[in-house]
Design a protein around this ligand. Sequence first.
Ligand SMILES: NC(=O)C1=CN([C@@H]2O[C@H](COP(=O)(O)OP(=O)(O)OC[C@H]3O[C@@H](n4cnc5c(N)ncnc54)[C@H](O)[C@@H]3O)[C@@H](O)[C@H]2O)C=CC1
Ligand SMILES: O=C(CO)COP(=O)(O)O
Length: 350
Amino acid sequence: MGRRFAFKFVNLRFSVMDTSTKIAVIGGGSWATANIKMLTDNRNPKEIFWWMRDEENIEHIKKYKHNGSYLSSIEIKVPATNITSNLAEVVEKCDMILLNIPAAFLKEVLSTLNPDSFKGKKVISAIKGFIPEDNMIIGEFMNKSFQIPFEDIVVLSGPCHAEEVALEKLSYLTIASPDQALATEFANLVNTRYIKTNVSDDIYGTEYAAVLKNIYAVASGICHGVGYGDNFQSVLISNAIQEISRFVNAVHPIDRDIKESAYLGDLLVTAYSQFSRNRTFGNMIGKGYNVRSAQLEMNMVAEGYYASKSLHHINKQYKVNMPICRAVYAILYEKHSPSIEMKLLADQLS
Ligand SMILES: NC(=O)C1=CN([C@@H]2O[C@H](COP(=O)(O)OP(=O)(O)OC[C@H]3O[C@@H](n4cnc5c(N)ncnc54)[C@H](O)[C@@H]3O)[C@@H](O)[C@H]2O)C=CC1
Ligand SMILES: O=C(CO)COP(=O)(O)O
């Protein structure tokens, strides 16, 4: 507590990699596909394995070298023999396991594994969500359920949209772990011409901020959907970063600068980007879609919807003043009118 590492860029050229590193990417969505691209574009030696549920998509990727369902412009360079739907086999084989499926499905997917499957493994979470049944962030859940020490857990965060990785637009990742050497080792596996990495030891703050910003991006979309303009959006997001700051300081009070890109940057990109799933989902809610029809229309997962419910429960313990999260919860789970709720919220912001 109280300790803070300055973010630093990791120099790829002089790193020494273990040539035997075997890394598994678990998940077949947009972010997993973008992570596969980073890992294969990065020149440090490694063997990459890829797990996904959908057999049909696996066959498509093996045949055409593109993911047929997500970011299909990306050329997949993982050997066909390393792409599988056998989770136990891929986890057993690899030293590093990169988890990349929406949080709502993680518990069910991992339930097929033995409790000691992750023994001796390094686990990287690229997921930005709470486990809904337990109201836990992923690092906490993996520590409690699989007894993985926090020193063996890494959080991979943004600000970074998968779609811009596909386009090779310059992006920055934040890689957080209590073990700075491990964070640096992982950074050296994903650094590329278009990906720069920041290393941090704030594993809790990075993960909570990354989950919370999804709720604010939903709020941003709702406001846009009901007709508010850029002037109000800026007030909303200024208040959102204050809510994030209050919450992470209540849960994990260390000396951190909330303006750094892992916190403020991730909030901004998600609240404003045309690529954001959460903003798109919120926009539909603001325009009058119900939750189910907005979800069906997207074919992608807006984590903020689930996070809103978990946060509502978690905050019963911390009692942090979070009027924006409260308003989103009321709209999504108590069926309050988006326009009335946003009007009430507007009176509380400054
Ligand atoms: N897309 C992005 O730009 C970024 C996403 N993330 C995070 O990455 C995680 C994965 O999200 P995306 O790749 O964006 O997902 P996505 O929205 O692109 O795809 C949905 C994924 O959910 C899977 N899925 C759907 N129903 C399922 C079920 N019943 N059981 C298991 N899996 C199921 C699909 O197979 C697919 O892999 C999320 O936590 C997200 O917040 C983090 C940073 C950037
Ligand atoms: O986390 C993200 C960007 O950093 C992705 O956000 P969305 O899921 O809203 O697209």
